[in-house]
Every structure is written in C-alpha cells, then in structure tokens.
Design a protein around this ligand. Structure first.
Ligand SMILES: *Cc1c(COP(=O)(O)O)cnc(C)c1O
Length: 379
C-alpha cells in the first residue's frame, strides 16, 4: 500500500453518514414544522437508544456538559463531590456550576479510573456524591464504588462521556450508579453533532430531569424548579437516529484498528499500550499509549515529532483538571495527592483512532513512532 504523509491525520474524524440519507429526515422536519421540545425524532431516538444500549430510561440533552450539570441538580447534590483529575475539564466544571466543591482523588495506574481506596480516603462529612469517569471507555471498578457509596450514603453519578455502548458483566455499564451521563459530541464514538444524555433507572427521575432540562416547566403554567434549557433539537435527534444505523460497524472498525495498533507497537521498548480491558465490552473510543522513561524521546518530543510528520495525536489528559487555575489552589489538587494521575498526564498520548483510519495510515503512524526512537538514538 502506498504511504503518503502529506495529508494530515488528526486524532479523530467524526462519523458521518451519506448526506443523501439525511435529506428525508430534514424533509420530514420541514413538513411537520416541529423543531424541538420533545418532537417525534426526539421521542424515537430516546426509544432507539434505550433499546440499543440496554437501559431503562434516557433523557436527551443539547450536550454532555448540560447533562452533567442537570444530573447533579436532579439528585440535589451539594457540599463536596469526589472526582477524578484525569478527565476532560467539563467533569469538574459541572460541579463548580452547581456551587459544589470538587475533591480530587488519585487514579488507578492500570485503568486510569478513580482508585476506590483513594475515594474512600477522601470522604468527609460534607461528601454527598462520587463523580467517576469511565476513562477512555474502560469501566470503573463499579462494584467497589457502589459498595463505598452504600456504606457512606453517597450518590454516584458516572461521567460516561467515553462509554457509549460499553458493556460490563453482560449488561450496559450505564446501568451502574444512580445516573450516567453520555456525550454525543462530534469527537465521540456516537455523535449527534452536539448532544448528550442522562441514563436513569426509574420513570420518576426521568420526569424530574425532563422538567429540569425544560426550564422546570411541568405544563403551560406550572414551573417546579429553576430549570435550564438543555433540550436536544429535532435536527440532532434525527441525525442520531441515522447515526445509530452505522454505529455497530464503526465499533467493529475501531476494534480492528485497536488490534492493529497493539500488534505494531508490541516490539517498541518504552511504548506501553494500556491493557485492552474487557475485550468483549469495550468501545475502543481512544488509543492511549504511555511513553515511558525507557523510550529515547520524551512524551512531548514524540508528540512534536508526530506533528512534524503530519500526525496530530493528543495528550489526553494533560494538563490535569486539578492544574487549571480555578482548581489548583484546592488542597486535593496538591501534587502529592495525585502522583498516579500526574505520571499518566506526563506520559500519555492518544493516537488517531476513527473508523475510516486505514491500514496504511496505521502503519505510517506506528512506523513513525518506531523510527523516531532510532533517529534519536543516533543523534
Ligand atoms: C466530551 C466530554 C464531556 C463533555 O461533553 P460535551 O458533549 O462536549 O459537553 C464531559 N466529560 C468527558 C469525560 C468528556 O470526554
């Protein structure tokens, strides 16, 4: 196969169906003139996602961040919430938007998810909930986290933005905890351009969330809470229905790319792939590698070297959330509290991974990594 490094390879490329296939959905919207507020496509997508994911109830949102903020409101979370510094910044921002104090706990070096021991150690009388992230789509230790939550009377809200379609113990990982929050942003495994959702176990909670995402309106004249406008539009919902037809194929393609990366990188000293985890239940949302000290280049040197070769990887999650100005003064943000997260943030690179990434491109990426080690050795 011809290798061509003149066209840039970005860390992701959004899944997009044929434009022609979307036109009938648009025609339908133009015909019925229902643009939002829980229209027919919104209803269909909620049902289709419940069926596809294997969950009881889902509330669609305009994006994942509004869903996170609303999830915390729905359960009336206050005080302190224990969360991970190793995530996208929206995880902790959702707490600040609710006037809640984030308390960062360190992660597990194998899974990059919150370490349950460290969660337990961070609990105070003010703690009301745990906000873990299924980082890179790998399930948290959901059993241990639930046990801790039960022992201390805490709620658990999962930021499951990476975990679309992920399964655990034969069911959806989204069924753990009190609520789980998805993102359907363009960069995620399943996208609706922008979008998000809350998964909830019972109809009563769904109703509360549906009120909260619509200004608190219950009917034309009754407002029961200071809600927000978090609604997903009909265009996004229609697009989601179309996307859903292609997501299984996309997941298969991701799995094949993941396997090829692992095979190609296996011999390179100092490059460590994170353990595949639960093979059958994974969604291969990201392909993180660790650039360890034995590798001749530092993580940032390798990142730059890839850029110079038109390969745009990302250092997810560097910097840690706890290093951003609005968090770094907090006691739990101290470096000594987060050694594992810090090392991960210093070593990780997420390689390009999206369904249409072809074998020639994968070879180009892994050959460039292998060659960078040799070039630097002879410098
Ligand atoms: C993408 C993401 C979000 C935010 O979702 P949006 O839909 O972009 O608002 C939150 N948390 C994590 C871990 C994410 O990756």
């Amino acid at each position: 196969m011809k290798r061509d490094n003149s066209t840039p390879i970005y860390v992701t490329q959004p899944l997009l169906p044929d434009l022609q296939d979307f036109i009938p959905y648009l025609e339908s919207i133009w015909q019925n003139k229902i643009l939002t507020n829980g229209g027919p496509f919104h209803q269909q997508l909620e049902q289709a996602l419940c069926d596809y994911l294997g969950v009881k109830h889902i509330c669609l949102f305009a994006n994942g961040t509004l869903a996170l903020i609303t999830a915390l409101q729905a359960l009336r979370i206050t005080g302190e919430v224990i969360t991970t510094p190793y995530s996208f910044v929206a995880t902790a921002h959702s707490l600040l938007w609710n006037g809640i104090k984030p308390v960062f706990a360190d992660i597990d070096p194998q899974t990059f998810n919150l370490d349950p021991e460290r969660v337990e150690a961070a609990i105070t009388p003010q703690t009301t909930a745990i906000l873990p992230v299924h980082c890179y789509g790998r399930p948290c230790n959901v059993e241990r986290i639930q046990k801790i939550a039960d022992n201390y009377g805490l709620k658990v809200i999962y930021d499951a933005a990476h975990a679309f379609g992920v399964r655990h113990q034969g069911g959806s990982v989204l069924n753990y905890g009190d609520l789980s929050v998805l993102s359907f942003h363009a960069t995620k495994v399943f996208n609706t351009f922008e979008g998000g959702a809350i998964i909830c176990p019972d109809a009563k909670t769904k109703q509360r969330i549906d009120h909260l995402k619509n200004f608190g309106f219950v009917d034309e004249v009754t407002v029961v809470a200071p809600g927000i406008n978090g609604k997903m539009s009909e265009i996004n919902a229609a697009f989601g229905l179309l996307q859903l037809q292609h997501v299984d194929k996309a997941l298969q393609q991701r799995q094949a790319i993941d396997a090829r990366y692992r095979a190609n990188l296996a011999g390179i000293k100092g490059i460590r792939c994170i353990s595949p985890g639960l093979e059958s239940g994974a969604n291969h949302a990201y392909f993180p590698i660790l650039v360890e000290p034995e590798f001749p280049l530092s993580r940032d040197e390798l990142y730059q070297h890839l850029r110079e070769n038109n390969i745009f990887s990302r250092r997810y999650f560097h910097p840690l959330i706890s290093d951003f100005p609005m968090y770094r003064g907090m006691p739990s943000s101290a470096h000594a509290n987060l050694p594992v997260a810090r090392t991960a943030a210093e070593q990780v690179i997420c390689l390009p991974l999206y369904p249409t990434l072809d074998n020639a491109q994968i070879e180009l990426i892994t050959d460039t990594i292998a060659a960078s080690a040799k070039v630097s050795a002879t410098r």
